[in-house]
Design a protein around this ligand. Sequence first.
Ligand SMILES: [Zn+2]
Length: 341
Amino acid sequence: MRGAVLYAPHDVRVDDRADPKIVEPTDAIIRLSATCVCGSDLWPYRGIESVDGPSPMGHEYVGIVEEVGSAVNTIKAGQFVIGSFFASDNTCAICRAGYQSSCVHRELVGAIGTQAEWARIPLADGTLVATPDIPDDDLIPSFLAASDVLGTGWFGAVAAEVGAGKTVVVVGDGAVGLLSVLAATQMGAARIIVMSRHESRQKLALEFGATDIVEERGDDGAARIKHLTDGLGADSVIEAVGTRESMLQAVHATRPGGHVGYVGVTHGDLPGDQLFFSHTHLHGGPAPVRRFLPELIDLIWNRQIDPGKVFDLTLPLDQVAEGYRAMDERRAIKTLLTVNH
Ligand SMILES: [Zn+2]
């Protein structure tokens, strides 16, 4: 099959890869309908995270089940399915508590590489969720968004305890930040302030329900949020970048007693004293997207949300290199890769 492989920083190519096969009886093989490039794929692409030899890429996926292992009971061949970046059994105590991305049997789908024609998905019954029927083609981008960025933005909003009537701040205008705006709108937030300096991203944030845009960053950004919230700070702040600066910007924009939901992969140490005196609740981590998939699939199937709008570049899988370049240079928010079989 054809699939994306990262050879070295800035050198990603579509190459011949071995066709996936059932390895464990709990596996499924899916034929990808579409896949995409994640902001987190840019860490190894930029050489910030080292790669150990040629690495298959991709962890976001939707597709048709082609084959299932002998121990798979609920997922069937022919279904259209969505899964997340951690395979999970969905039955252990951690999964049952809603933290499937820390499942005791979790497996990282990124190591499998879903920027490809086919993929082997472990723990298929726990990991995959099927749509009610085969969806119309125009819904595929939105289901693909549910695989990671929508689910992650949704978790950010849940972790920040977004709710009816609350004032929400979103730090970060990538796909996850933008979709946490959509999530906050769905959860009934009264005011949604997005911190962004990019016009096209500001426009999409407003389409998803943002009420205010703040262009200042760091301490100036936090001061601007205080100014907009009677000097108090926001009830709920979603951090969707993952730098030390953005995390502190989020903490300082939150009112005492408020909640920070952080879903950017944190890079850099945080000062304990500033966290201590902030009096904020901090909750985050790798999003348990699986927890939200049934609800998100329902909203998309019934056309109540349109998260697929975050894909502003669509390319065939064979042009994956341009897909990465466009995101690296911030010419694209997120690249969708079509797969022709
Ligand atoms: Zn589990």
